[in-house]
Design a protein around this ligand. Structure first.
Ligand SMILES: C[S@@+](CC[C@H](N)C(=O)[O-])C[C@H]1O[C@@H](n2cnc3c(N)ncnc32)[C@H](O)[C@@H]1O
Length: 246
């Protein structure tokens, strides 16, 4: 049933919601954070040109960025209406090294095809995250890289997540790096690395207005503390980017 909620989502969010999805990241107040995270994904990926699978790509904004960098991109999503928005974004960007497909990332049907795959804010919608990771493992070539940036502990209980589940019947899970790494290792992925998300690093640096009242040296000290907390503790359960290799 939850998959039907994902499929029907665009039809149910209305014109303003669809325009927001289509205009990402620029339509979103978190544009800066989203671009910071995407920058981190670019830095973790193997260099272009390479075949890249963008999982749960929604309106395809990340796919367009990857294609413009020179990757040969396949964007996939379970929702046909999302893929229609993505096709419009592809046409507007005028890129031809980008194709979209409607399918379920829990049963992709690709084998040894891609050099890289990305879950950007999408794995936490899986009904069966283990099946999704196993399906991506199969789709990657040996040595292929999977990068994930997903919301961590606390996401499922957040008010906006509970509201989305109630209103649209979608899935909203906590998807912390420690869970992704545990499932991925059991499937066969190796070389798991967890990094703080660029967004969280940037928030500590640029989005703590109360620090502006402190002397420079003290605000720097607090930021260093925040970075330490993120690196040593928080990245595994909140705010982590995971890089895995087949
Ligand atoms: C929060 S949206 C993120 C979309 C996009 N990555 C972005 O950042 O804008 C999650 C996306 O995952 C897709 N999705 C959910 N379950 C899926 C599944 N089983 N297979 C493929 N896509 C799925 C949804 O349709 C939706 O577009």
């Amino acid at each position: 049933m939850a998959k039907q909620g994902e499929i029907d989502y665009v039809a149910r969010i209305g014109e303003i919601g669809a325009a927001h999805a289509q205009g990402k990241p620029f339509s979103d107040p978190d544009c800066g954070r989203m671009l910071a995270d995407l920058g981190g994904v670019f830095m973790a990926l193997p260099p272009a040109p390479a075949r890249l699978l963008d999982l749960g790509c929604g309106s395809g904004w990340t796919s367009v960025f990857f294609a413009r960098r020179g990757y040969d991109v396949t964007g996939q999503d379970i929702a046909p209406d999302m893929i229609a928005l993505a096709e419009a974004n592809r046409a507007a960007a005028g890129v031809d090294n980008l194709a979209f497909t409607v399918c379920d990332y829990e049963s992709l049907g690709f084998a040894d095809t891609f050099d890289a795959a990305v879950f950007y804010d999408a794995l936490h919608h899986a009904e069966d995250p283990h099946a999704a990771l196993a399906s991506v493992y199969k789709a990657l070539k040996p040595g292929g890289v999977l990068v994930t940036i997903e919301p961590g502990v606390g996401h499922a209980e957040a008010e906006h997540s509970k509201a989305a589940v109630d209103a649209f019947g979608v899935t909203e899970r906590d998807m912390p790096p420690r869970d992704i790494v545990r499932m991925a290792r059991a499937i066969g992925f190796r070389g798991a690395r967890v990094y703080p998300t660029p967004k969280m690093l940037a928030m500590i640096q640029y989005e703590m207005p109360m620090l502006a009242r402190l002397p420079d040296w003290l605000s720097d000290l607090v930021r260093w503390g925040g970075m330490g907390w993120l690196m040593l503790v928080a990245k595994r359960w909140r705010g982590g980017m995971v890089v895995l290799r087949k």
